[in-house]
Design a protein around this ligand. Sequence first.
Ligand SMILES: [Zn+2]
Length: 1023
Amino acid sequence: MKRNHSAARALACALVLVCALVASASAQQLITPAAAPNDEGYSAKIKEYTTEKYFLTELVDHLPASATVPTTEKVLGYVAGAPNKLTYTKDLYRYYRALADASPRVRVFTAPEKSEEGREQLLIAISDEANLQKLDRYKEITARLADPRRTTDAEAQALIGEGKAMYWASGSIHSPETGSPEMLMEMAYRLAVEDSPFYDAIRKNLIVLITPVLEVDGRDRMVDVYNYRKANPGKNSPGLLYWGKYVAHDNNRDGLGMALALTRNMMKTFLEYHPTILHDLHESVPFLYTSTGTGPYNAWLDPLVVDEWHLLAYHEIEEMTKRGVPGVWTHGFYDGWAPNYMFYVANGHNSIGRFYETFGNGGADTMDRTVTQQAQRDWFRPNPPQPRVKWSMRNNVNMQQSAILLAMHFVAENKDRFLNNFYIKSKRSVAKAANEGPAAYVVPGDTPRPVEAAEMVNLLRLMGVEVQRATGEFTAKLPVAETRAARGGGEQGEGGAREGQGAATRTPAPMTERKFPAGSYIIRMDQPYSRMADMLLDTQYYNVNDPRPYDDTGWTLGALRNVETVRVTSKDVLGVPMEMLKEDARVRGRLTGRGAAYVVNNNTDNTLATLRFRLKDVKLSVAEDAFKVGTQSFNAGSYIIKAEGNPGDLRDRLEAAVTDLGLNAVAADAVPAVKTHDVGLPRIAILHTWQNTQNEGWFRVEFDKLQVPYSYISDHDIRDTPALRAKYDVIIFPPVGGSAQAIVNGIPLRGDPIPWQQSTVTPNMGNSPDTTADMRGGMGLAGVANLQRFVQEGGLFVAVQNTARVPLDYGITTGVTIADARQLQAAGSVYNATFSDRKSPIAYGYGETLPIYFNQAPLFQVAPPPGAGGGGGGAGQRPSGRGSLTDPDIVQAMPQAGPPPQRPPARPGEEQLTDEQRLQLGPFYTPPAERPRVVLRFARDERNLLVSGMLAGGQELANRPAIVDVPVGRGHVVLFANNPMWRHETQGSFFLLFNAALNFDHLDAGRDAAPAQPRPSADEDQQ
Ligand SMILES: [Zn+2]
């Protein structure tokens, strides 16, 4: 391959360009091409791989030649976007390092953390050589603009003049979206090599940052999958089952939890550079969607950033449309509401987060594609994609690269404007406490869950939010309504979180005062990243008449983590004596005294689960009721560890463990006189299918973090293991979509085996959490039978959300069904729930109520036994006749019968039957001990349901069972309507699952002692 060129070829190239220009609107508005020679071979291939001229622009229809700086063709052997070529991360990195070695305009850095599988994530910086030499100075400038508390307006203006905007492009967070890593290599080359006023402006005014691949583990597996497909034409090939170690597409929903290395890398890098723009490159809809969203937009952002989204999007649309490129549009596609996307490391921090969706083929094949919906012209899409198109990887590369270069140029030309906007947004974030409010959030220092409270403020600190601690007791003024709403709901019978907020004119709310102890965390809203903190801790209201939500609508972190978070509007709180946390909050637990037994309160701090497994050889029991040691109260479910019968070094080891885990243990002179049962070390399995691993990965994240051991098994293990009970005590089946049939049957057994394992063409698959020689087939009926036997022999099977369909529809359980929603609109939100059976071990350690994450389904109904008459008491119980609803019917012309016998009030899950009815039911009569036990219910009153998010048709959800414990043989099936381990956000619900697992062989505890109470409502089973 030669990079020499002839004058004739240059002329031919120029003519092609002119032809392209003639076809479009106006030549003057387009970019003057470089005077320098082109790499003719490379340029010819660009044209060859592009299916239509109108998918090229003058920016990407050629590649400038360089005598010193290598192209991808030189280093890797192919042109970026070449058919049949996807590049592994190691080769991407090899290219960038070669580029940096050859060009003083390119530098390579390494992100702070390696991926979960140990891969590097690179960060590339490209600018003028002089700018790169002063990179630290430019980082200092953006840092000072980011924090107006230490920068005056005059200083800021000088800094803006001196500073550079930073434009950060990130590739392939979504592994099947394969084009951006290829495109970014070529763009980096162009930015380093091409000399023209267009590129000079970019290099002079911008520092371009590139993250070549975000999901590095998933990228390499995707290249494996693609290469397998190419090596096995005509055969079934695997879909990309595993992306990262834990989650797939949801790696772009980690912006709230930051559980994944890739998100933390982006956050830490942001806080180091304060880039002006973070631009995430995605692929889905044709041909190029540039983000603005449909709204409702996130209500905590400075409106200026919303304007900037539109400004940038419409600039690209105009420039691309000018060039005759079809199908570049905005609006539509997603809403702009939830802050759980990766690019909130920018949007949530006063910078601009944006993304593209370009058309991707999922690999590097050229193919004919049909465009359906997006081919329609619409008000927001006057220039739609064509309905039928031959599409290539190169087309995708051209679209992404042309548009993002145009955006970079626009920002370069307007860098003072964007830097100034950044400064304005930062200033207004600091002014928030005094302006729109609130003044602060307070996490009370006497929170019952100190470990989770510390985890929550540490998450905020990871996001760059400053957290303070009160140095003494203080009092804060609170509106009466706020004291209730801010608790993350849960206060049944009091006003809901929305109370009064719809009023057109606001009258000052009545105020009350509340004392907070020393050590309370205070998150001030007069700091640069107040908006991020506010959007995480506040409550959300999503109007059901808004466009359909794209993702979750509510996420209030305090509620989901079951950590009380108080919104304080009174500015007095800012004057409270406090000091800044200089490092992460860490709760040091302690053990006091020495005695016959040690007691650890069950406060549902999640490290309690860690403690049980850390003290493997220690015998431990839990209290079935609340009790006291001296004056100290302990919840049901508290650990009681006797000195007798345990290792001699028990006290030392317990002390070390509780100190480390932030738990408090107390010695008791005598073993507390409370009913207990032993808690061993349950052998837990987390079950995945070979169809989808998205949701179960979030469960593995938590078990790994908390060091709770588990076996990771597939539905094939269930199918092939008749004696499951010999291996496991607890099998947890996290959510998988589809019908019970679809889950049980798995990938159809047609065609060839589909391996997911290491081979010469798939070298990265062996690292996957699980491997198989054939992904086809699910657990099958054999697996259902094995599961049934497992439960009957004393195992606990936990099904969450949709996987509940398997035990329900296949009849492992009876007495529970799933109702269809008719009116309910409850997309990914936080709802109040109440423990309806606090004696159940699943409720151990919890208060009366708990806010939970629920997403539309399932709606459980626990059927009364046949003949129980729906619980009685409602209208329609008597025929039309004399008197009132409650009067007995009087039949004429006969002696009147006496009233029917009074039945005692039913216990939860125990309906009232007369002896006569029991006889009639025969074998269908379910004795109370075998009936489903409703442990947690959604709030009884529809008006109290919603904490955060959306709700319509709430009467279908109100009072519904959220957790049902169904006895089956000697074991149990526990059904969750809520997801207790969702996206590292629902820490407050984890212990529901841990309680169930730890007490798997004593789940019937407290059943007999359930307090008598009337059935909550008669209509439960008629919805
Ligand atoms: Zn994507």
